[in-house]
Design a protein around this ligand. Structure first.
Ligand code: NAP
Length: 283
């Protein structure tokens, strides 16, 4: 009997997870289909209930439901509970366990693909949404010295800053508005800039835009854009031109998917196959 893994979100038209997850499942010739379940908020509760059926191995959860699914699950692993967001659900004999594989994938890509060790460094996060929470939490755990959070809605940056300070009181956490000279000053002193906004993402209202347009970057900074479509975003293009090192979002995307694959199937994720399928999907 065929089994299923779902991707739960809205909208899902541009997600490439079905392509690289199916490539990994097919590599092991598992009789499992990875399916996009694009659902409206009113359907969320019933949809999550469906995951308890024995033919369903679990799900990935994406925008806008990573926080909304929490109360619908039976158990949360430690990282998901600390971050307050779930991107992977595993069905264990009818019991639904929530995981967050984004945070460790963010760190793995930063270290392995970006060659960057965060301990003792100054990191500047652009954005304060779901993925900024995961990035901020794991960076504080990895021992950064300072985190600067810049967000269009300053209140949201302050909420994230308070929860990071509460968790790691020894770390300096600063919030800044997008406009004004403080951002220029902060940029000139940081070692890592992470774009956690959707600015520059294909099919978004801010497609073709850079979150740091007309700002100067220090040469020795690493610019890490979590947006993965297009592969080279306007921010990465600008950063490269100014001599900074760059890292795109595709490695993190594949690593979070690989960790989820291992939780559902108990098999080692075929990383090369997943990466190749993701790159092909993005042209
Ligand atoms: P989210 O919770 O909706 O947060 C979106 C963030 O972007 C907020 O900080 C928002 O600011 C900001 N933003 C959006 N449009 C903006 C604009 N025009 N000007 C200024 N700020 C703007 O989304 P998320 O889940 O954190 O995801 C953010 C991005 O990360 C998406 O592009 C997603 O694809 C990417 N991502 C990548 C990976 C990966 O594996 N590579 C994983 C997860 C997410 P406000 O608070 O002011 O609204």
């Amino acid at each position: 009997m065929s089994r299923h893994i779902a991707l739960i979100g809205y909208p899902l038209g541009h997600s490439i997870s079905p392509l690289f997850q199916q490539a990994a499942l097919d590599h092991y010739q598992l009789n499992v289909r990875y399916e996009a379940w694009e659902i409206e908020p009113a359907q969320l509760e019933n949809t999550v209930e469906l995951l308890r059926h024995p033919t369903n191995l679990g799900a990935n959860v994406t925008i806008p439901y990573k926080e909304a699914v929490l109360p619908l699950l039976d158990q949360l692993e430690e990282l998901a509970s600390h971050i307050g967001a779930v991107n992977t659900i595993v069905n264990r004999e009818g019991k639904l366990i929530g995981y967050n594989t984004d945070a460790l994938a963010f760190l793995q890509a930063l270290r392995e693909d970006g060659g960057f060790e965060p301990e003792g460094k100054r990191a500047l996060l652009l954005g304060a949404g779901g993925v900024a929470r995961a990035a901020g939490f794991i960076l504080t755990r990895a021992g950064v010295k300072t985190i600067i959070i810049v967000n269009r809605t300053l209140k949201r940056a302050e909420t994230l800053a308070s929860s990071l300070r509460e968790r790691e009181p020894g770390i300096e956490v600063i919030t800044l508005p997008w406009e004004g000279p403080e951002l220029e000053e902060a940029l000139s002193h940081c070692h890592l800039v992470v774009n956690c906004t959707s600015i520059g993402m294909k099919h978004s209202p801010a497609e073709e835009e850079s979150p740091l347009k007309d700002r100067s970057l220090p040469k020795d900074v690493l610019v890490y854009d979590l947006v993965y479509n297009p592969v080279e975003t306007p921010l990465l293009r600008e950063a490269r031109k100014s001599g900074a090192r760059t890292l795109g979002g595709i490695a993190m995307l594949v690593y979070q998917g690989a960790a989820a694959f291992e939780l559902w199937t108990h098999r080692q994720a075929p990383l090369d196959i997943m990466l190749k399928a993701a790159r092909e999907a993005l042209g």
